[in-house]
Write a protein that binds this ligand. Structure first.
Ligand SMILES: [Fe+2]
Length: 452
């Protein structure tokens, strides 16, 4: 009887939740560091919901005598696409945050608190920070859950997903099934940043999955990327395309590429899908200008399809190496990709293409120069860019038999592990960076340092 009463009670509580998806943090429009930091807070509700207020309390939970500060009223975006109940994506600003400081926020519906959490504001250039990266994650596997749990243990300042955020087609239904339930508790207190992969944005045909391309509804990332027609292709019935455009608004296609600063680092996030014309001179110039404009100590680039890959699977997909010269000239330290479901690290390298653009959408021919003296331990000053593949975030692993089989690797590969699911942890502290690759069971499978 008591069990039944508890069950009824918990069902009633569940039914009472006003959220389809509980509040989660996003970087929003805050591209550069600010003296008074902001985040965007998003949550999803059924249509007809309203009366929302968001409040912020500065400082850690134990600090007394600080009051709640009311934020400007949240705005909503209506998502009404075939096969899904129309719903609202709410967005509020969390403003007035001291860099690197803990704060609390709460969400009220008609004056009643329905959600509360805490988080840390973006770090200033003087503060050390930690990020975690893993791609190819929300496949709904046990491995995804284990990677998520280990990543949470690292208490990172933010999580970066280099694409293939949600399988199989980045659909609304799939976000609800495999993304929010798994990352939910972390999403409320830790910033997530993402690049789109082929499973998120590669299928532009809305006739087979009208609730696809949900990235453009559910993420709030800077809109400072290039307005280039190659990112704007869309197929399917006119009705589906109109519904998508109405819901995505300014996010499509602008949010496919962007850059932002975190701590003393500049981050450039690109859409590497085959429709993107990165050989185009104007796009190459946009990257060069973006990298030249920053005075940050570190420059990291993130996208989905790796430019350097030794795995037999997806071996042909190495077209992004055509941007190597722009990355080298721009002083990029590390490039983080996914797509190939394992972990790979290259030697620091520079690459010269055999031909001038336009380049094919396959492995781009050319020559690389490798810094084999760099070992990330005693020699920590790489001569060239280090390219990581961290695509072992949850989906089935590729080519495990190549682990330890050096003769199966390209010459540029220094480390290769496809035996275990894993993720990258990086600690950036002044002019030193330490990277570790941690397995789903918490074991360190690679470690390297960079100093400058
Ligand atoms: Fe992929």
């Amino acid at each position: 009887m008591r069990v039944l009463a508890l069950l009824v009670c918990s069902l009633a509580l569940e039914a009472a939740s006003p959220f389809l998806v509980e509040p989660y943090l996003q970087i929003g429009d805050a591209r550069g560091l600010q003296k008074s930091e902001t985040f965007a807070l998003l949550w999803h509700t059924p249509e007809g919901s309203g009366g929302w207020t968001v409040e912020v309390k500065a400082g850690p939970v134990w600090k007394k005598g600080i009051g709640w500060k009311k934020m400007p009223p949240p705005a909503s975006r209506r998502v009404a696409v075939s096969g899904i109940e129309p719903h609202l994506v709410w967005r509020a600003a969390l403003a007035g945050l001291a860099p690197g400081e803990e704060f609390q926020y709460r969400v009220l519906e008609d004056g009643k608190q329905v959600f509360i959490s805490r988080a840390r504001a973006r770090k200033s250039a003087a503060q050390p920070y930690r990020f975690v990266a893993f791609g190819d994650c929300a496949a709904g596997t046990e491995d995804q859950k284990q990677v998520a749990a280990q990543a949470a243990k690292q208490d990172p300042d933010f999580v970066f997903i280099p694409g293939d955020i949600v399988y199989t087609r980045g659909r609304i239904a799939e976000y609800r099934q495999k993304f929010y339930p798994v990352f939910g508790p972390m999403l409320a207190s830790t910033l997530f940043v993402a690049a789109v992969g082929n499973h998120d944005a590669g299928n532009r045909d809305l006739s087979s999955s009208p609730d696809g391309l949900a990235y453009f509804y559910y993420w709030a990332q800077p809109l400072n990327g290039p307005a280039h027609s190659s990112f704007a292709s869309l197929e399917g019935p006119e009705e589906a395309r109109n519904a998508f455009r109405a819901a995505a608004g300014v996010n499509f296609p602008r949010m496919a590429n962007f850059s932002f600063d975190y701590g003393n680092s500049h981050w450039l996030i690109l859409d590497s899908n085959p429709y993107a014309e990165w050989s185009d001179a104007s796009l190459r110039k946009w990257i060069a200008d973006d990298l030249a404009a920053t005075r940050a100590s570190w420059k990291f680039v993130g996208f989905h399809h790796p430019g350097f890959n030794s795995s037999r699977t997806h071996f042909e997909d190495q077209w992004m190496r055509a941007l190597s010269d722009v990355f080298e000239a721009g002083g990029v330290d590390v490039v983080i990709a996914g797509h190939v479901h394992n972990y790979q690290r290259t030697y620091p390298l520079t690459f010269r293409m055999a031909a001038a653009p336009p380049l094919p959408i396959r492995e781009v021919a050319g020559e690389w120069r490798l810094d084999k003296a760099y070992d990330g331990d005693k020699d920590t000053t790489p001569k060239g860019v280090i390219y990581l593949v961290t695509g072992a975030g949850g989906a089935r692993l590729y080519d495990p038999e190549q682990t330890g089989n050096r003769s199966s690797w390209k010459e540029f590969t220094a480390k290769f592990n496809s035996r275990v699911h894993s993720f990258t942890v990086a600690d950036i502290d002044g002019r030193a960076a330490e990277f570790r690759q941690i397995s789903a069971s918490g074991e360190t499978i690679d470690r390297f340092r960079i100093t400058k």
